[in-house]
Ligand binder design. Structure first.
Ligand code: MD6
Ligand code: FE
Length: 208
């Protein structure tokens, strides 16, 4: 793995188009978690159902102009929270600024996310390998921020069957990917018990 130093932080290249910025958000993790709590008072976390009828172990909410949802009808982005009928909470300025800085540091200047999916993992929750392909435009990268308990990230290839590499993601770590890696399979291994109650993941996307 190659490493270079930008403003005191190591940027690791997982593969072309995919970068891991360890500790990039570490200095503001507490403030980010406070914003998550505030968003959750407006749009509570909920465990959604997949089109196949399975309830996800990860609880989700969103902020920004569009939110990612799943139900029996499919995966999609919606401008409103289906549980309340209200628009998703605004994307906090701090979120947007962090996503822009991280994208730029990883080589994707000009990222303009219109959606932030917020995942909450408690002990035992996991996300099976998937591709992120519900966005209109795969030219934009995805910026993913880990907060709270550590997790093992599974980084696969372009085919579902490719054996994934495993990365430990700690609070404050940011993963950015796009370009040739934009449609790689990825997931999160079952969250272990730890020193805290949960892991949050903020995933910024350009959905429209
Ligand atoms: C997670 N992340 O880290 C799940 N998708 O909780 C994702 O599914 C993901 O981290 C696309 C890009 C970055 C991600
Ligand atoms: Fe994903």
């Amino acid at each position: 793995m190659r490493s270079l130093l930008i403003s005191d932080k190591a940027i690791e290249t997982i593969e072309p188009g995919a970068r891991l910025l360890r500790g990039f958000a570490g200095g503001e993790a507490a403030e980010l978690v406070e914003e998550v709590a505030r968003i959750a008072t407006l749009a509570p976390f909920r465990q959604m159902v997949t089109p196949g009828g399975f309830r996800m172990s990860v609880a989700m909410t969103n902020c920004g102009g569009l939110g990612w949802i799943t139900d029996r009808k499919g995966y999609r982005y919606e401008p409103r929270d289906p549980d309340s009928g209200a628009a998703w909470p605004d994307m906090p300025t701090r979120f947007r600024a962090l996503a822009d800085r991280a994208a730029e540091a990883a080589g994707f200047a000009g990222f303009a996310p219109d959606s932030c999916l917020i995942n909450r993992y408690v002990h035992g929750a996991r996300m099976s390998p998937h591709q992120d392909r519900d966005e209109k435009d795969f030219a934009a990268p995805i910026v993913s921020v880990s907060l709270g308990l550590p997790a093992t990230f599974l980084w696969g290839g372009s085919k579902r069957g490719d054996r994934p590499k495993r990365f430990r993601l700690e609070s404050g770590d940011v993963v950015v990917w796009g370009g040739d890696a934009r449609l790689n399979f990825h997931g999160v291994d079952t969250l272990a018990q730890g020193d805290g109650t949960c892991r949050y993941n903020l995933t910024f996307r350009k959905a429209k």
